[in-house]
Ligand binder design. Structure first.
Ligand code: PLP
Length: 361
């Protein structure tokens, strides 16, 4: 169809200069195409059978992969494949609210916009904590705020890679603060949408369950890469059990937020795990880190002050002119812009960008 041909040409063209948003592009899911002829629906709990037109066996393996990666308690974990990081964060908050209905939510000003929306949806009370210039939580501000509200259960939405500068809030420091003020009831959700997966692969994992996380959310369409947005949320199983309701009509427990969920999404994540394996995935992460350092150095060489947080794939620099921002689809906020060196972006592509900047500055 002509309309589709035109649209395809347009996105093929735009994909050539897509470096401002964190999506891996080095994937190939053609082996899964035959399954697109079927309506696979993973409705309800992945660990409880529903009808046969579903792909829950793949979903369970995806959950097991991430449980291991994030060191979730062997006998006490649960999760499902979401439609993205935002839904995973919503689920974490939902569980936290069921456990601590009078809890106060703490999150920093660098937190993803969806968290505020979700807090509003769930009608929870919250306080915004200041960020340091690199985007990380200002722990002194957290402490002062915590002290004033120490009579209430604490729910922390921690950033494991903020959207703009990819900063990581320190779970050990947050826990020290909770201890200092003798907070008895607390819940820590880690928003690892952007960076959670590769940080864990790189061994930079002081945010995992062993280090105090109660739930973790990641986006699948970012570091893994996927034509359909998806993600994973993991919680301790004992928490989830406060939520499920048996629904005779679907023959399973309604423990997730959406109703119908795509079975293909679970197969996509499963396929990526099978194809690359942990080793291959680590290789992709290391390659991307190398490209991040490469871009940062090249920008600094031409006099542009570029920086990145430790183990981050995001290079931050002053916002260039509007033509550059438009052509390279850069995400900007106030006076800064960033490029995210996700798998699929080559050094050649980054050099093309640097040359453009040099010419058009
Ligand atoms: C992208 C992102 C989200 C939202 O994830 P989606 O998959 O787009 O819903 C949440 N938090 C952070 C830090 C992100 O980078």
């Amino acid at each position: 169809m002509e309309r589709l041909d035109t649209f395809l040409k347009k996105i093929q063209e735009r994909a050539k200069t897509y470096i401002g948003y964190p999506v891996a592009t080095d994937y190939d899911y053609k082996e899964l195409y035959p399954f697109l002829d079927y309506s696979l629906n993973n409705v309800g709990d992945p660990f409880i059978a529903s009808n046969d037109m579903q792909a829950k066996e793949f979903e369970r393996e995806v959950i097991e992969f991430f449980s291991e990666l994030f060191k979730a308690p062997v006998e006490n974990h649960w999760g499902y494949v979401t439609n993205g990081g935002s839904e995973g964060n919503l689920y974490g908050l939902y569980v936290a609210r069921e456990i601590y209905p009078t809890g106060m939510v703490y999150y920093t000003e660098s937190t993803h916009y969806s968290v505020q929306k979700n807090i509003h949806l769930l009608n929870m009370e919250s306080i915004v904590i200041r960020s340091q210039p690199n985007g990380e939580m200002d722990y002194a501000d957290f402490e002062v705020t915590l002290q004033m509200n120490r009579h209430r259960p604490v729910i922390v939405m921690a950033n494991i890679g903020t959207t703009m500068t990819e900063a990581k809030d320190s779970i050990p420091i947050i826990r020290d603060c909770l201890k200092k003020y003798a907070i008895k009831s607390s819940y820590i959700h880690c928003d690892g949408a952007l960076a959670g997966t590769y940080l864990a692969l790189l061994g930079d994992n002081d945010f995992n369950f062993e280090h105090g996380a109660d739930s973790i959310a990641i986006s699948g369409h970012k570091f893994f890469g996927s034509p359909i947005s998806n993600g994973v949320v993991l919680v301790k199983k004992s928490y989830k059990e406060r939520i499920g309701r048996a629904i005779p009509y679907i023959g399973t427990l309604d423990t997730t937020i959406p109703g119908s969920r795509s079975g293909i999404n679970s197969m996509i994540l499963w396929y990526a795990i099978q194809k690359w394996g942990k080793e291959g995935m680590l290789q992709r992460a290391q390659n991307s880190l190398e490209n991040t350092a490469f871009l940062r150095d090249k920008l600094n060489e031409i006099g542009i002050t570029a920086w990145s947080n430790p183990n981050a794939l995001t290079v931050v620099f002053p916002k260039p002119n509007v033509h550059i921002c438009k052509k390279w689809q850069l995400a900007t906020e106030n006076e800064i812009a960033h490029v995210i060196c996700m798998p699929g972006i080559t050094k050649e592509k980054l050099m093309e960008f640097v040359d453009d900047l040099k010419k058009l500055q």
